[in-house]
Design a protein around this ligand. Sequence first.
Ligand SMILES: [Zn+2]
Length: 362
Amino acid sequence: MTDLNAEPAEATRPTGPAADDEAAAAAAQAAESPEAAPEAAFEAAPEALPGEDPEATEDAPASRPRRSRGMIVVICVLAVALLAAIAGGVWYYLQLQDAEDRIDEQQQQIDEQRDLIEQKETFGAAMDGLVESAAKFDGVLMASVVPWEDYHRLAVQSWVHRWDAAAMADDTEAVERAAAELESRWSAAQTQATTNTTGSTYESVIDRLSGGFVESKIEGAVQLCDADGGGDRDLLGCVISDDPYLVHFDSAANALPYMTDELRTGIAYHEFAHVLQFTNPVATADALEAFDGDNEVMADCFALTYLDGWKLDHRIWTSDYEYWDVNIGYGKTCTGPQQQAVRDWYGRLGVELKPISSGALT
Ligand SMILES: [Zn+2]
């Protein structure tokens, strides 16, 4: 029990540097002795805390602002990323829209090109049809019945309109109309050539000479034929340049007591020469030189050249004791060279097949 008495003496030992040494020793002992470690650690800790607490109290308040800035940075980064994503989306949408617009534009161009090609093909087919219709008129004496210049103009027009589908469609219609007119004219001529509406020699001669392309009318023609001269002349018939496919025969002259079919035939030849003059202007201009430009003398010469036995002066007996001396024409019998000029002229007349070209395709 001695140990018991000694214990209070240690309990009253004053604290100081020695006590610190004892505490350090105790701590060391506690470290060495596993059983004593809890107590030594408990006691050493209060001394160690004062040294550590200042630092701990300084660091704690500073850590809160750092976390806020981090949040802001994160939010900013997220916002920037979001904006970038939105901008990227908008850019992609605009690019997509632009691409779609371009595709639409290209499709439209393709459609327009296809339409143009179709229009060109349609126009070409229409022009082939027109040439085919015109071919039927090869050799018809009235050259102007096939207006090649008009067709050439249509071809040139289509060349000008080659990038304009709508205008080319109009050109195609114009060509189709021209072909339809030719066909209609051809059919009418076939009918005209095989019928005699007036039942007269005039019409039968004109039908035969023209192949049915020239019409005959027996009517009060003096006023019509002599509009400039007041209708005072003794006219038997005429052809008007505005409509050279119609011969006007005067009904009063047709009923004269001395009028015969021989005279009617000669008169019809003379008038038909005027038809040929008007409808073949280029060849006629050359031939008229042989007649000093007098188309009436030339018309008489045509009848004298191509109608066997024809003459300008006639004695027409209307009974056993009555006759009429009749002069048909303009009183000048043509010479041999003039007759040759008429033959040369006649040989040049008529429709000649020609290629139709725009003149810009070569
Ligand atoms: Zn005449």
